[in-house]
Design a protein around this ligand. Structure first.
Ligand SMILES: [Zn+2]
Length: 138
């Protein structure tokens, strides 16, 4: 990646005073790299560094947002279990009896997969909107 740093431009840097990765203003550039920066939070000037030295270098890699992970899990479940589409799904009804990993077609929530049978009459089904508790064997 080509860096186009400019003096008085903004940059994410490690603040030695705030002990956090924060927005900084570039004060000086040497060899096309920020040399000195000023923290926008505490106004302290210090040498540029990207990360906290030594400690947890992967800290800035954020884990995907919960909703993303949930969608991925849902898609994963459905594709793993359905194989030939969702033709194997059974219509959900409270009189029904469902097993773990069974595909369920719910009139409101759509296709879901049974995550677990919590009780004889209570099951957890993962729908596109997320897991829901439903009743069965009524
Ligand atoms: Zn600071």
């Amino acid at each position: 990646m080509i860096n186009n740093y400019t003096v008085s431009g903004e940059i994410e840097a490690w603040c030695t005073k705030c002990k956090l990765e924060l927005a900084h203003t570039i004060v000086a550039i040497v060899d096309n790299l920020p040399k000195k920066v000023k923290c926008n939070t505490c106004n302290g000037q210090h040498n540029f560094r990207v990360k906290q030295p030594d400690k947890s270098p992967t800290k800035s890699i954020k884990t995907p947002r919960k909703i993303k992970a949930r969608e991925a899990t849902y898609e994963e479940y459905i594709s793993r279990l359905s194989g030939d589409g969702v033709s194997r799904s059974r219509k959900y009804s409270i009189q029904g009896s469902f097993k773990k990993d069974e595909l369920v077609d719910h009139s409101k929530f759509g296709i879901g997969v049974v995550l677990s049978v919590i009780k004889v009459n209570k099951i957890e089904i993962l729908f596109k909107d997320g897991p829901k508790l439903l009743i069965q064997n009524q």
